[in-house]
Design a protein around this ligand. Structure first.
Ligand SMILES: Cc1ncc(COP(=O)(O)O)c(C=O)c1O
Length: 406
C-alpha cells in the first residue's frame, strides 16, 4: 500500500504539521480517505469549502466555465468578473469597487499598497497601521508583520510601514495610540479567526468607526475568514451598524479554488493608476464564475440565513456540553458558523483530544494550543451536528484523567 505520509515527507517542504490521513475526495460535509474511512468535516478546509464537497451548483458552474475558458489576461474585459463585482458591491459597500487577488494574504498586500498610495496622494501626515493583538492577516512579507501571533512574524524582516498593536476592545489604548502615533489606518478582523474566535462587540466597532472619522483614518476590515456568509451576514461587520473603507475577502469566495480580493470605498478606489499593482490572475473567469455561484447560493437561495439558524443549534448543543462539563470546557464563543471552544487542559491533551476525534471520524482544528476551532461547511445539517456532539462527548477525557485532575 502506498505510504503517502512518507512520500509527503520526502517530496514536500515541511512548513505544516500534518496528520497521516490521505484524503481521496468528499461529498457534502464528508471527506473520505484513501482507505475509504469517512470523516465529518467541521473545519471545511480552513473555512474554504462553504458549500461542502461536490455541490451540484459548483460542479455545474465549473464545468460550464471549463468549456469556455479558465483564464484570461487582464487586457480583456471579463463579463463574469464584472458581474461578480457588481453583486458583491451591491451587498456590501454600495459605492465600492473591487480589486481581485488569489489569496487572503494578497488581499492584505493590495490593501497595504492602496493605503500607502492614499497617504501619498492626499498628503496625510499620518503613517502606519493599527492592528489588534492576536490578529492574523496573512504570511507574505508585507502582511506578516500585521499578523500579531507568536512565532509567525518575529523571525522575518520587517516592512517599512509602522505597525501599532493594541488589545481588542481596549478603546482607551486605541485612542492613546492614535493620539501619540498618528496612524493612517486600523485593520481588524471583526471575528478573529486563528486568534481563537473572538467576535468584536458592536459597541467597539462603532467606536472604532467614530475614531476613524474623527482622526481622518481609514477603517479596514479583514473578512478573509469571517466573510462570505460564514457568520450569517455576507460580511461580519454587517452585524454592526458600521461602514468600513476597505473589506478584504478570500477563503470560501471561490467555492474551493483560490480567489480573494478587496472592496474599496469611494475615498480609495481611484488611488491606483494602471501599473501600480497587479497579478497575472487578475480576474480569472473560473474563480469569478464559481464565486458568483457561491454568492447566488448564499444570498438568492437563502443558504446564509439557513446556516445561521443551524449555527444557533450547534451553539445550543455546545453550551449544554459546557454547562454539564465545566471542568473541561472553559468557554464556547461563536458568531454564526465560527466557533471557538476554549478547553481547560494542557495543549498536549487538547491535541490528543483532537486526534481522538479524528479517529472517530470528526475533523476539527486546534488553534492557540487549547482552542478547538470549528468552521463547518454552511450546508451542515442538524443530524450531522448531533453526530459530532455524540463523538465529542465520547472522546472528552474524564475529570481524573485530565492534567492534575480536579
Ligand atoms: C483573517 C485572515 N486574513 C488573511 C488570511 C490569509 O489568507 P491566505 O491564507 O489565503 O493567504 C487569513 C488566513 O487564514 C485570515 O484568516
Amino acid at each position: 500500500m502506498t505510504n503517502w505520509f512518507q512520500l509527503d515527507k520526502e517530496y514536500l517542504i515541511s512548513a505544516y504539521p500534518r496528520t497521516s490521513v490521505a484524503i481521496a475526495g468528499g461529498r457534502g460535509c464528508r471527506l473520505y480517505d484513501v482507505n475509504g474511512k469517512e470523516y465529518l468535516d467541521l473545519f471545511s478546509g480552513v473555512g474554504v469549502n462553504l458549500l461542502g464537497y461536490g455541490h451540484p451548483e459548483i460542479i455545474k458552474a465549473a464545468s460550464d466555465q471549463v468549456e469556455k475558458c479558465l483564464h484570461l489576461p487582464f487586457h480583456f474585459l471579463n463579463p463574469v468578473a464584472i458581474e461578480y463585482a457588481k453583486k458583491i458591491v451591491d451587498h456590501s459597500l454600495k459605492d465600492g469597487k473591487v480589486f481581485y487577488t488569489t489569496s487572503g494574504a494578497e488581499a492584505t498586500e493590495a490593501t497595504l499598497k492602496l493605503v500607502h498610495k492614499y497617504g501619498n496622494i492626499t498628503n496625510e501626515q499620518r503613517h502606519g497601521i493599527v492592528v489588534l493583538g492576536g490578529s492574523f492577516h496573512g504570511r507574505t512579507l508585507g502582511a506578516l508583520h500585521f499578523t500579531r501571533q507568536e512565532g509567525i512574524y518575529q523571525d522575518f524582516p520587517h516592512t517599512a510601514i509602522p505597525v501599532y498593536e493594541v488589545e481588542r476592545e481596549d478603546l482607551e489604548g486605541l485612542e492613546r495610540t492614535i493620539r501619540t502615533k498618528n496612524p493612517l489606518a486600523i485593520m481588524l478582523e471583526p471575528v478573529s479567526g486563528s486568534g481563537g474566535i473572538y467576535p468584536l462587540s458592536s459597541g467597539y466597532l462603532k467606536s472604532v468607526e467614530r475614531l476613524c472619522r474623527q482622526y481622518n483614518m481609514l477603517f479596514i476590515v479583514d473578512e478573509v475568514q469571517s466573510g462570505m456568509g460564514r457568520t450569517g451576514k455576507l460580511f461580519a461587520y454587517q452585524h454592526s451598524d458600521v461602514t468600513p473603507d476597505i473589506i478584504q475577502f478570500g477563503k470560501g469566495a471561490g467555492g474551493g479554488i483560490p480567489f480573494g480580493g478587496i472592496i474599496a470605498g469611494a475615498r480609495l478606489y481611484d488611488m491606483f493608476s494602471p501599473g501600480d499593482h497587479g497579478t497575472t490572475f487578475a480576474h480569472p473567469p473560473i474563480s469569478t464564475a464559481l464565486g458568483l455561484t457561491v454568492l447566488k447560493t448564499l444570498i438568492d437561495d437563502g443558504l446564509m440565513q439557513k446556516s445561521y439558524d443551524t449555527s444557533l443549534y450547534l451553539n445550543e448543543q455546545l453550551q449544554k456540553v459546557r454547562r454539564e462539563n465545566p471542568y473541561f470546557i472553559e468557554e464556547v464563543r461563536h458568531c454564526g458558523m465560527m466557533f471557538g471552544i476554549s478547553i481547560h487542559d494542557t495543549n498536549e491533551n487538547v491535541k490528543k483530544f483532537q486526534l481522538d476525534l479524528l479517529e472517530k471520524g470528526m475533523l476539527v482544528d486546534v488553534t492557540q494550543g487549547n482552542i478547538i476551532r470549528l468552521l463547518p461547511p454552511l450546508i451542515i445539517a442538524k443530524e450531522e451536528i448531533d453526530q459530532f456532539i455524540d463523538q465529542f462527548l465520547a472522546c472528552m477525557p474524564q475529570p481524573l484523567t485530565m492534567a492534575g485532575g480536579v
